[in-house]
Design a protein around this ligand. Sequence first.
Ligand SMILES: Cc1cc2nc3c(=O)[nH]c(=O)nc-3n(C[C@H](O)[C@H](O)[C@H](O)COP(=O)(O)OP(=O)(O)OC[C@H]3O[C@@H](n4cnc5c(N)ncnc54)[C@H](O)[C@@H]3O)c2cc1C
Length: 332
Amino acid sequence: MSTTPRLRYEGREIPIEEGETALSACARAGIVIPSSCLSGACQSCLVRARSGEIPAAAQVGLGPAKKALGCLLACLCRPTGALELEALDASSEYKATIAAVERLAPTIVRVRLRMDDEMSYRPGQFVTLLRADGLARAYSIASLPSEATIELHVREVRGGQMSGWLADPARVGEAVRLRGPAGECFFTSEALSRPLVMVGVGTGLAPLWGIVRDALAQGHAGPITLLHGARVIEDLYLRGPLTALARAHPGLDLRLCALHGEGDAEVTIGEIDALAKSTVAAMPGRASARAFVCGDPAMVARLKKGLFLAGLSLREIVGDAFVEGPRPAAAL
Ligand SMILES: Cc1cc2nc3c(=O)[nH]c(=O)nc-3n(C[C@H](O)[C@H](O)[C@H](O)COP(=O)(O)OP(=O)(O)OC[C@H]3O[C@@H](n4cnc5c(N)ncnc54)[C@H](O)[C@@H]3O)c2cc1C
């Protein structure tokens, strides 16, 4: 087996060094492949192999359909021989229009997208949203397929290119493209009576808002515990709709948690991972529970570990870590 990497992209020979990723080699050659997190989590840099051996690491996290098509993640692809890649064509993208931008909290907006092309998805999966200039970022889907628009919850990050752009109400009417949907973070109805645990930090609530309503709509009969955590109480968005949902469904136990602020009857002040751990440790039937954990990557890692230590099976803890792209060197 050859160990000298050789790369072609869209028919062009791209100089590549040993151990270098296809994404980086293309960037050095002046070819911009949309990308974001650079760690394989967001799938923004998906491309397809025309020929050659695909390194296994470049397909980690991709579903069987994408693997069968030869799709791979350029940010994780370190060719070990000759590899020829091509961009995904327009048929793998869906056109959409920004239909509404609504502020839900001081730093969080709800963006509604009207689909111009039909897209099947499961609530809780994520899409790659592409701007006209090719900027690409992943966002989780908070809506149900029965709804007229796709709902995203976007945290406006300081200096963030996409989130700052999306949070501006002047974007209504702008065209975007979507890729995906992707990810395993969604409700499956094969065990309708087992307990469900959902923990979201910040906009990590987005997928859970879709999953919890999907589960209830599909007749999930087991207990559901939903924890939403934020840094400050004001960022506990959708509090009214969540409370109303819990009132309408006695099997839904809603816990809100903020790191700072004055707690009240509904909000606990403290670390959400501690609250999640103690809540789950006291939960009957936890060994058969399925858990969804989404949001800040460091917190997702802590939550997964905590839920496992509280008695959940590691196999049954799924979720998405909202990995952001690297900060520009000047901002470090
Ligand atoms: C699977 C997945 C699902 C996701 N789902 C969601 C979701 O539902 N909701 C959501 O809000 N996010 C979600 N994200 C994160 C999202 O994809 C973006 O990473 C996020 O919105 C930031 O993108 P941006 O373009 O605004 O920031 P970028 O421009 O990419 O900035 C990246 C980082 O650099 C910092 N930075 C950039 N420029 C400067 C500067 N000049 N000075 C200081 N710092 C700077 C930013 O603050 C940020 O931390 C998800 C990510 C993944 C991987």
